[in-house]
Ligand binder design. Structure first.
Ligand code: GUN
Length: 279
C-alpha cells in the first residue's frame, strides 16, 4: 500500500492559526529581528518567508541586511544593540555566515532569552542534556510532524542521514531525548543502505537530490525528507519520493513537508522567547 503523505503545510497552518490567536491576546507585540550577512539567495528567500509568516500572525519583524564584507566585530555590535532593544524578543541570525565570521562567537553573543534558533553554545548543551527550552526550528518541526501523525518515537530505530549543526545533530538529540535508538550517518558511513534499511524512522538531511532510494528504505518506515534542492526550476528533496512512497508507510513531500513546519516552529519559538522576557 502506498505511503500516507504527511501534509506539513496543513499542520503548519493550524499552528499559525493558534499563534495568531495567542498573539492577539498579548498587550505588547512580540518582535523578531532577522539578520542576514551576504548575498546568499536562498537565505534571502527563507528570511522573507519567515518574516511574512510572522507578520501574518501579528508579530513585529525587522530585517538587518549586512554586506558580505561585514566584520565580525560589526556583526557583534549589531547583536549587542538588538540584545538591548525592548521591541525585540527574538534574534535570528540566518546561516550560513561568511567564512571570516565565527558563528560560535556570534551565537555566544545573542542573549540567551532571545536565542530563537537555539544555536547559542549554552542552548546546544542544554538540548544534549535533555533541556529543550530553546531548540532549533527544523528539528523541532520534524519531531512535531512525527508526533502529530501519531508515529511512535520511543523504542523506534531512528536513522538520521546528515550531521549538520542545524538539523542532523539536534534532531538526533531530540529523538534520543524521546527514547528512540538513534544512529547518525554521514559522508564517511560505510554500507549506508544497510543502516537506513533498519530504520523505523528515517530522516534525510543531506542536501543531495534523490539520494535515498527505495532499496535503502524498510517496508512500513516513516520517512522525513529535510532536503530542499533546486534542480532546474523544481524543488526536490533528498528522497526519491515517487519510488519510496510505494514502500514507506508515511512520507513527507518536498515542498510542503518540513519547510512550512520550520517557519511555524519559528513562530512558536518567538512566542516562547517573548513569554520568557515579558513574564
Ligand atoms: N539556515 C538554514 N536553516 C536555518 C535555520 O533554521 N535558522 C537559521 N538561523 N539559519 C538557517
Amino acid at each position: 500500500m502506498p505511503a500516507q503523505i504527511i501534509d506539513g503545510k496543513e499542520i503548519a497552518k493550524k499552528i499559525l492559526e493558534k499563534m495568531k490567536q495567542e498573539v492577539s491576546t498579548l498587550q505588547k507585540k512580540p518582535g523578531l529581528a532577522a539578520v542576514i550577512v551576504g548575498d546568499n539567495p536562498a537565505s534571502k528567500i527563507y528570511v522573507g518567508m519567515k518574516r511574512k509568516t510572522c507578520e501574518k500572525a501579528g508579530i513585529y519583524s525587522e530585517e538587518h541586511k549586512l554586506p558580505e564584507k561585514t566584520t565580525q566585530e560589526e556583526l557583534l555590535k549589531l547583536i549587542r544593540k538588538l540584545n538591548e532593544d525592548e521591541k525585540i524578543h527574538a534574534i535570528l541570525v540566518q546561516l550560513p555566515l561568511p567564512q571570516h565570521i565565527s558563528s560560535e562567537k556570534v551565537f555566544s553573543e545573542v542573549l540567551l532569552q532571545k536565542d530563537v534558533d537555539g544555536f547559542s553554545p549554552v542552548n546546544v548543551g542544554r538540548l544534549v542534556a535533555g533541556n529543550e527550552n530553546s531548540v532549533p526550528c527544523t528539528p523541532k518541526g520534524i519531531i512535531r510532524i512525527l508526533e502529530e501523525t501519531g508515529i511512535e518515537i520511543a523504542g523506534a530505530n531512528a536513522v538520521v542521514v546528515g550531521r549538520s549543526n542545524i538539523v542532523g545533530k539536534p534532531v538526533a538529540s531530540m529523538l534520543l531525548n524521546r527514547n528512540a535508538t538513534v544512529t547518525v550517518c554521514h559522508s564517511k558511513t560505510k554500507n549506508l543502505g544497510e543502516i537506513t534499511k533498519q530504520a523505523d524512522i528515517l530522516i534525510a538531511a543531506v542536501g543531495k537530490p534523490g539520494m535515498i532510494t527505495e532499496d535503502m528504505v524498510k517496508e512500513g518506515a516513516a520517512v522525513v525528507d529535510v532536503g530542499i534542492n533546486k534542480t532546474g526550476n523544481e524543488l526536490v528533496g533528498d528522497v526519491d519520493f515517487e519510488k519510496v512512497k510505494e514502500k514507506a508507510a508515511w512520507i513527507t513531500p518536498v515542498p510542503g513537508g518540513v519547510g512550512p513546519m520550520t517557519v511555524a516552529m519559528l513562530l512558536e519559538n518567538t512566542l516562547s522567547r517573548y513569554r520568557e522576557i515579558e513574564k
